[in-house]
Design a protein around this ligand. Structure first.
Ligand code: NOJ
Length: 555
């Protein structure tokens, strides 16, 4: 198979324009600011940016409440600035993915305003209405504890409207062919302006049947094929990266058995079990999650991540497992959210312990799929638990020791910059970390460089290698006549990892370390014995460094 599907071996970096850099001094990040930071992202080595919503919005849910799909919110700039930005990214070999938020609009969107005003409006049927309060109105909330219901009464419309998320986010009636046509138009518009695809928000809800009598919603998977088909006609290498926190047995419905639906999905199953593995020092459920999500078409890819802009959702773990993660990484009620998750950033969750942060990242970069990093995590930025809900992990990027971390010249940044304490910008910022060869930033940069040279992870088949110790996790990838192997010690104590590489012939006798001089030779009987320090990790090539001479064009 030809190996030029860019997303199979990419490094994606997710950021919101609003909190990245403010060039015009009004306290809110903008495209001009982001443009000026493209060289930073290029230097870091990321190959794609995932931009959170930047379209016109009242901004009540971090921009996930859009009131005009075809404009840039004036606070961030203009369409002209946006095109300058996609062009600048392209010049540096960086692709741009943007959020596609079409499960719902803002209640301020003219479509909704028109629909509620006039029952005869052509937009009335673009939303989901009920004359009476539906029986299930207090079920299915995505933000329990904050969101009270999924149906709200609208006095002007004299009807109830459905909203899977907050009440200011009325759901679009996505079964309506006119709504579907509009979704394609939105995709076509942004493709034309230089993006390489979309992170599609809330996919299971987009394709679900909706309505007062919908009962248990049914997913209309065919819609996914229609989105993809359109995209592929317009631009062959554009992709959809689906946000779908679903059970492994439906994964193939989302990817399509012929690889004809979503190109990529975030692997929520692995994400939750990865945090459990770190908390419990036990890799077994992670291994189960990897096996459960193994099946996917050759052209499809997982997005592997640690943290994103939402809470760390632990809803798929057992109550006992969830409690283990809560106790380890978010013991206080104010660290938890929506009865299922933790709202902190990675570094404070791991107590700022550099060994553990590296371990978590090393795992993320070496799990089957494409790594997706969250802005600021490359510096080990912290959070501000005084902020509401998920806002705590969305504070401005910490660029330097200048006022407001060099994010803005305004005295009033869009969200407070973290200042003081171990995670304050005075200690944690890009400028200082650039100068320090041992900084987190330079570590991430080195690891990204190496990860790009290990396409086996993105493309290959994986095998979890047997060890006796559940705290030791060993995984091997095989691709085109080459193998790589990664060893992780989840435990706070040193471990001896004993294992057989499992490839045929003598190649498995030598493991060449890719990150240090600490190589491993098998003992008698072909077994390796690697002494790992607490939270230690190793990246190895199997057999030697002449692998590129051995690589085959097929397989
Ligand atoms: C998922 C997004 O990640 C989240 O931030 C948002 O609140 C909801 N979808 C609603 O759009």
């Amino acid at each position: 198979m030809i190996s030029d599907l860019w997303y199979k071996n990419a490094v994606i970096y997710c950021l919101s324009v609003a909190t990245y850099m403010d060039a015009n001094g009004d306290g809110v990040g903008d495209f001009e600011g982001l443009m000026r930071r493209l060289d930073y992202l290029h230097g870091l080595g990321v190959t794609a940016i995932w931009l959170m919503p930047f379209q016109t919005s009242p901004g009540r849910d971090g921009g996930y409440d859009i009131s005009n799909y075809y404009e840039v919110d004036p606070r961030y700039g203009t369409l002209g600035d946006f095109v300058e930005f996609t062009h600048g990214a392209q010049e540096r070999g960086i692709r741009v993915l943007i959020d596609l938020v079409v499960n719902h609009t803002s209640d301020q969107h003219p479509w909704f305003q028109d629909a509620r005003r006039d029952p005869q409006s052509k937009y009335r049927d673009w939303y989901v209405w009920s004359k009476k309060k539906p029986a299930g109105a207090n079920r299915g909330m995505v933000f329990p504890g904050v969101q009270k219901s999924t149906w709200s009464h609208d006095a002007k419309a004299r009807a109830w409207y459905f909203h899977r998320f907050y009440d200011f986010q009325p759901d679009l009636n996505t079964s309506n062919p006119y709504v579907q046509a509009e979704i394609l138009k939105i995709m076509g518009f942004w493709i034309q302006l230089g993006v390489s695809g979309f992170r599609m928000d809330a996919v299971p809800f987009v394709i679900a049947t909706k309505g007062p009598r919908a009962g248990k919603p049914t997913e209309q998977y065919d819609m996914l094929r229609a989105f993809r088909e359109f995209l592929q006609w317009r631009q062959g290498d554009a992709i959809v990266l689906a946000e779908a926190n679903v059970l492994p047995d439906t994964d193939m419905e989302y990817f399509g058995t012929d690889g004809d639906r979503m190109h990529m999905m975030f692997n929520f199953q692995v994400n939750q079990n990865l945090f459990y593995a770190l908390a419990a020092e036990d890799s077994r459920p992670l291994r189960t999650a990897l096996k459960g999500t193994r099946q996917r078409p050759a052209t499809a890819q997982w997005g592997q991540f640690l943290r994103n802009h939402d809470e760390l959702d632990l809803g798929r773990l057992t109550p006992a497992q969830r409690n283990t993660v809560f106790e380890a990484f978010g013991p206080e009620p104010q660290m938890q959210l929506y009865e299922r998750g933790i709202r902190r950033r990675l570094a404070p969750m791991l107590n700022g312990d550099r060994r553990r942060i590296e371990l978590a990242y090393s795992l993320m970069f070496t799990l089957p799929g494409t790594p997706v990093l969250r802005y600021g995590d490359e510096l080990a930025m912290g959070d501000d638990l005084n902020l509401q809900e998920r806002e705590c992990a969305r504070t401005p990027m910490q660029w330097s020791t200048e006022p407001n971390a060099g994010f803005t010249k305004s005295a009033r940044p869009v969200l407070p910059v973290i200042s003081g304490g171990p995670f304050g910008f005075e200690h944690v910022n890009a400028a200082q970390q650039r100068r320090d060869p041992n900084s987190m930033l330079n570590w991430i940069e080195r690891v990204i460089r190496m990860r790009k040279e290990v396409p086996e992870v993105g493309w290959g088949d994986f095998q979890v290698v047997q060890t006796r110790d559940p705290a030791v996790f060993v995984i091997r990838y095989d691709w085109r006549n080459n193998s790589v192997l990664f060893v992780h010690n989840l435990s706070a104590t040193p471990r001896e990892a004993k294992f057989e590489v499992g490839v045929s012939g003598k190649a498995g006798d030598l493991l060449v370390n890719l990150l240090s001089e600490d190589h491993s030779r098998a003992g008698d009987g072909g077994r390796h014995c690697v002494l790992l320090e607490a939270y230690g990790y190793r990246w190895y090539r199997v057999g030697g460094l002449d692998y590129l001479l051995k690589r085959s064009e097929v397989g």
